[in-house]
Design a binder for this molecule. Structure first.
Ligand SMILES: Cc1cc2nc3c(=O)[nH]c(=O)nc-3n(C[C@H](O)[C@H](O)[C@H](O)COP(=O)(O)OP(=O)(O)OC[C@H]3O[C@@H](n4cnc5c(N)ncnc54)[C@H](O)[C@@H]3O)c2cc1C
Length: 500
C-alpha cells in the first residue's frame, strides 16, 4: 500500500482550535513554546512535529561525532544556563532540550509524528486551517489557528543533497549522505573518502579517523575553520569562584558575543588580517611544511560561508597523525574502486560519504494557500526575515549564520508575543505585512546578497525564497548585534503592519 492510499481524510468534526500552531519541535519550536507559556500564558497552542521526538537537526543527524559548531552558551536559550563545555554533542543538546521541555511542562503541547501537509488562510474566518498527517496511523488531523508560527527550519529533513557524478553506480561500496546514516555501518579499518569540507565533514573526519584505516577529505575548494580549546576561559574562572550558573551563562554569552562581533567586523573591515589570524591557527597545528595555501586557504573573504569551529583542533590533529588527509581536486567520475579525479589520480575507497549539503526548504514542504490562492513565498517580500507581504498572521524563524541560530529564536519570540498581546489588547484579528507608500519604488532583491553570504544550498535554492528590499525593515540582515536593539523597538503601529 502506498503512502497516498494510507492517508485518511480529516474528519471536519474533529477539528481542534488553538490560538497558535507551531510547526516543528526543533530548537526553534521548543523555544517558541517556552516563550508562549511565559509571555502569553492565556493563549492555547500546539506544536506539530513530523518526527517521533523533539530536537530537529539534533535528532535527525546521527553520523559519528555529530556536534554543534557554535558554542552552547549562545546556541542554548538565553533563559536556561549551559553548564558544560561550549561545543556540545547532539546527545548533550537533546538532553538540554529535554530538560527545557520537562522543566516547563511543554510535552503536553507537542504532538509528534504529525507532518503538516497544508496550511490555508481564510480572511473570512481570520483563521489558518492546518492539516497534518499522522505517521503512525495515516490519519489526517485538522487544526485551526489564529496564528501560524513556522519553526520548521530551512532544509528538508527527509533527504540530503548529493550532486550527480558520472558513473556513481559503478562504485562497489556504499555511498552515504550524512543525513541518512545507517545504524549498522561498519567502517573499522576501511578506507573512507568524505566529499566536502563544511562543518559536517570537519566533524565526521576526526570521529571516523579513530577507527577507519584512513579518511580522506576530498574538497573542490577549501573552507575556513576556527580552532581553539573547547572551553571558555571566563566561564571556567567564574565557576572556580562559585558564581551562580545563571550569572555565568549571561556573562559568558556577553563575552562570546562581544568577541564574535569584533571578529565579524574584522572580516569586513580588515579581511586580509582576519584571514591571516584564521590561517595562522591552522598552521600552528599542521606545521610550516604543510601545504596550507592549497588545502586551507579559500578564495573568498572570511564569513561569506559559515566558519566551523574545530574544538581542540581535532581535524588538524587527525591530519597531522596521518590517519586523515586532504585532497583538493575535482571529481572526473566514479570508478568501481573509488573516485577518479580531474588531475588523473584515483582515490581508492571502501566507503564514500557525500557531505555535500542540504535541500533548502523554505516552507517545510507545506502547501500554502491564502484565500483560495496557492502561495509561493518567492512572490512575497520579507519583513525582517520573519513575516511576508500578503501573508497574514504568520512568522517564520530563520536564525543567523554568523551567530548562533537560537539568538534569533529568542528575539523573534519576544516580537511574536508582543504582537499577539498587542492584537489581543487592541482588537484586530488579522495582521498582514505590506509595503508602505515610501517602499513602492524599493528595489526587490534576492533573499540574501551573495556578496555577503553564499553557501551552496542557498545559491541552489535562492529562487524559492522570499525577496528582500534595501531597507532594514525588508530584509534579514544577519546582524544579531543590530537586531538585538532593533527588534524590541519595532513599532507595532508602523504602516508596514496592516491590521483588520
Ligand atoms: C549538522 C548540523 C549542525 C549545525 N550546527 C549548528 C550550530 O552549531 N550552530 C548553529 O547556530 N546552527 C547550526 N546548524 C543550523 C541548525 O539547523 C540550526 O541552528 C537549528 O538547529 C535549526 O533549528 P530549527 O528548530 O529552526 O530547525 P530544525 O532543527 O530543522 O527543526 C525543524 C523541525 O521541524 C520539523 N518539520 C519540518 N517540516 C515540518 C512539517 N511540514 N510538519 C511538521 N514538522 C515539520 C522537522 O521534523 C524538525 O524536527 C546546524 C545544522 C546542521 C544540519
Amino acid at each position: 500500500m502506498n503512502v497516498q492510499s494510507q492517508i485518511r481524510a480529516a474528519d471536519p468534526a474533529a477539528t481542534e482550535h488553538f490560538d497558535v500552531v507551531i510547526a516543528g519541535a526543533g530548537i526553534s519550536g521548543v523555544g517558541a513554546a517556552y516563550h508562549l507559556t511565559r509571555q502569553c500564558p492565556d493563549m492555547s497552542f500546539v506544536a506539530l512535529e513530523a518526527q517521533k521526538t523533539f530536537g530537529g537537526t539534533w535528532s535527525t543527524h546521527r553520523y559519528p561525532g555529530i556536534r554543534s559548531d557554535s558554542d552552547l552558551h549562545t546556541f542554548g536559550y538565553r533563559f536556561k544556563p549551559w553548564t558544560s563545555a561550549p561545543i556540545a554533542t547532539a546527545a548533550e543538546i537533546l538532553k538540554y532540550m529535554g530538560e527545557v521541555i520537562e522543566e516547563n511542562d511543554l510535552a503536553r503541547h507537542i504532538r509528534y509524528q504529525h507532518t503538516i501537509s497544508s496550511a490555508k488562510w481564510s480572511s473570512q474566518d481570520n483563521l489558518w486551517t492546518i492539516e497534518a498527517v499522522r505517521a503512525d496511523t495515516g490519519e489526517t488531523r485538522r487544526f485551526t489557528a489564529n496564528f501560524f508560527w513556522m519553526c520548521q527550519g530551512y532544509y528538508r529533513h527527509t533527504e540530503g543533497y548529493t550532486p550527480e557524478w558520472k558513473d556513481m553506480a559503478l562504485f562497489k561500496g556504499p555511498i552515504i549522505h550524512p543525513q541518512k546514516w545507517p545504524d549498522d555501518l561498519n567502517y573499522k579499518n576501511k578506507r573512507v573518502v568524505v566529499i566536502g569540507s563544511g562543518a559536517t565533514a570537519a566533524t565526521l573526519i576526526p570521529a571516523m579517523a579513530k577507527d577507519a584505516a584512513h579518511v580522506t577529505m576530498l574538497q573542490r575548494s577549501p573552507t575556513y575553520f576556527r580552532t581553539g580549546r573547547n572551553a571558555i576561559e571566563i566561564a571556567e574562572t567564574l565557576r572556580q569562584l562559585n558564581v551562580d550558573e545563571t550569572w555565568i551563562h549571561e556573562i559568558t554569552r556577553r563575552k562570546i558575543l562581544f568577541d564574535q562581533d569584533a571578529f565579524t567586523r574584522k572580516t569586513f573591515e580588515e579581511p586580509e588580517a582576519a584571514k591571516k589570524d584564521l590561517l595562522s591557527a591552522v598552521e600552528a597545528y599542521l606545521g610550516p611544511d604543510y601545504d596550507i595555501a592549497t588545502h586551507f586557504t579559500p578564495k573568498y573573504r572570511p564569513w561569506r560561508q559559515r566558519i566551523a569551529f574545530i574544538p581542540d583542533g581535532d581535524l588538524f590533529q587527525g591530519i597531522k597523525s596521518g590517519k586523515a588527509s586532504v585532497v583538493t581536486d575535482e571529481i572526473e567520475r566514479f570508478t568501481a574502486k573509488g573516485i577518479l579525479l580531474k588531475s588523473g589520480k584515483e582515490l581508492e575507497a571502501d566507503i564514500i560519504i557525500t557531505a555535500t549539503g542540504f535541500y533548502l526548504s523554505a516552507n517545510g514542504d507545506i502547501a500554502f494557500e491564502v484565500d483560495g490562492k496557492p502561495l509561493d513565498f518567492a512572490d512575497t517580500v520579507t519583513y525582517r526575515g520573519m513575516m511576508f507581504t500578503g501573508v497574514p498572521n504568520l512568522v517564520w524563524v530563520f536564525g543567523y549564520f554568523r551567530a548562533s541560530w537560537t539568538l534569533r529564536v529568542d528575539l523573534v519570540a519576544d516580537f511574536v508575543c508582543r504582537l499577539l498581546t498587542h492584537m489581543k489588547e487592541t482588537g484586530p484579528r488579522k495582521v498582514t505585512p505590506a509595503l508602505r507608500a515610501e517602499d513602492h519604488n524599493m528595489p526587490l532583491l534576492p533573499w540574501i546578497d551573495p556578496e555577503n553570504f553564499n553557501p551552496g544550498y542557498m545559491m541552489r535554492g535562492m529562487h524559492l525564497l522570499p525577496k528582500r528590499g534595501d531597507k532594514p525593515e525588508w530584509q534579514h540582515n544577519q546582524d544579531y548585534w543590530a537586531e538585538k536593539d532593533e527588534f524590541p523597538a519595532i513599532d507595532l503601529r508602523d504602516s508596514a503592519f496592516v491590521y483588520e
